[in-house]
Design a protein around this ligand. Structure first.
Ligand SMILES: [Zn+2]
Length: 379
């Protein structure tokens, strides 16, 4: 098996390629981003300080100057702490997919209370959400939890628009988790709708879908910018967890993405068992790249199967109304991916020059441009 000479990505990762020194394209992508955002350097600090100043200036007459999406997980919780530390006036926004773990719900409550931040929550109808997840399972695609990511994006835009806020802050860190391969986590509104049309049985009413025209409306017409502060700083998850626990009695939920039960099911069972996709390689690779652990330690860690609590499996299949035989059929059916369904991928590719300009103005994250706007060879 061929591995990247710098991280633990192997030739099994979709669309991987290696340069002359054996470094993979995902590592090079991160080098490029570090270069562009001056991550962890004095220059990076200055760039971010200037953005903070601009956010304050643009929002001075408003009730809030930015929107921060929050899940109860480490990165988004830390981001809210960071925003207050930098004297911003954030509105916290949460998309409740009704599958939150108790710990996540408590974390959100503790944090917003201690920081005295208002919370805007959109709760989806639980039956409707379950119908969408069931449709994704029936469609035999990986990453069945992506409808939550899209919904949070739409809800952040709605909240920003309602309060006339021009900035959304997002807690992604390519230092801590890399930029995952498109085939591992593809989503767009048309893709979600097409799977739901084929396999869903309830109308989509409270689920906040966002198709491309809506997306372009928020970006081009409302001009709402997306800022990822953790891209500029030397972010450490471990450090963030310590700060959160110390100041807010914030609790760790036991693993990346485990703050939500459907996400835990997707990452801990459905992806690794059915698709052999085990996304721990994103965060382990990140730890290897930053020198937190050695490459050999990383490969060893990754070779052990992910920890998974079987109660999560029981809860999920029971709640989605599946029995053991149906689950067995699902787990052994032919695997598909986003390219087997309708999506907006081709349109994103056609609009690549536009999206390139939009990334320059922070209207679209650079990772969107890199993941969605280039043709991908089907694996
Ligand atoms: Zn690599």
């Amino acid at each position: 098996m061929r591995y990247c000479s710098r991280c633990i990505y192997s030739e099994l990762v979709p669309n991987i390629s290696f340069d002359d020194s054996g470094v993979c394209n995902y590592c090079s992508q991160i080098d490029q981003l570090k270069q562009e955002y001056k991550t962890g350097t004095e220059e990076g600090k200055i760039l971010l300080n200037n953005i903070v100043k601009k956010i304050k200036q643009d929002g001075r007459s408003l009730e809030y100057d930015c929107v921060v999406g929050i899940s109860g997980g480490t990165d988004s919780s830390y981001l809210l702490h960071w925003a207050k530390e930098n004297c911003l006036r954030p509105l916290a926004v949460h998309y409740d997919n009704t599958w939150n773990s108790t710990v996540a719900t408590q974390n959100i409550r503790k944090l917003t209370k201690c920081l005295n931040v208002d919370l805007y929550t959109h709760v989806v109808n639980n039956k409707e959400m379950d119908d969408i997840y069931r449709a994704f399972i029936m469609a035999n695609v990986p990453a069945i939890d992506v409808p939550t990511d899209l919904a949070l994006t739409e809800i952040m835009y709605r909240a920003a628009s309602k309060y006339k806020v021009k900035y959304i802050l997002e807690g992604h860190s390519f230092i801590a988790e890399g930029v995952s391969p498109t085939d591992y986590s593809y989503f767009d509104g048309k893709y979600i709708e097409s799977i739901h049309n084929m396999y869903g049985s309830m109308p989509m009413i409270t689920y906040p879908n966002m198709k491309i025209l809506k997306f372009l409306y928020w970006v081009l017409f409302k001009r709402i910018k997306k800022i990822r502060p953790l891209w500029y700083i030397n972010y450490s998850k471990k450090n963030a967890m310590n700060i959160l626990a110390k100041h807010y009695d914030w609790e760790y939920y036991g693993g990346h993405h485990l703050e939500n039960i459907i996400t835990a099911f997707s990452h801990g069972y459905h992806n690794p068992v059915k698709f052999k996709i085990d996304q721990r390689n994103n965060s382990i690779s990140a730890s290897v790249r930053t020198g937190l652990i050695s490459r050999d330690q990383g490969i060893k860690m990754y070779s052990k199967p992910p920890k998974f609590d079987s109660n999560i499996l029981d809860y999920t299949i029971d709640r989605l109304g599946l029995n053991k035989t149906e689950l067995e059929t699902i787990m052994t059916s032919e695997n598909k991916n986003w390219y087997d369904y309708s999506s907006s991928k081709k349109t994103f590719e056609l609009l690549r020059p536009l999206f390139f300009i939009l990334t320059k103005y922070n209207l679209v994250p650079k990772s969107f441009y890199l993941k969605y706007c280039f043709p991908i060879e089907r694996q």
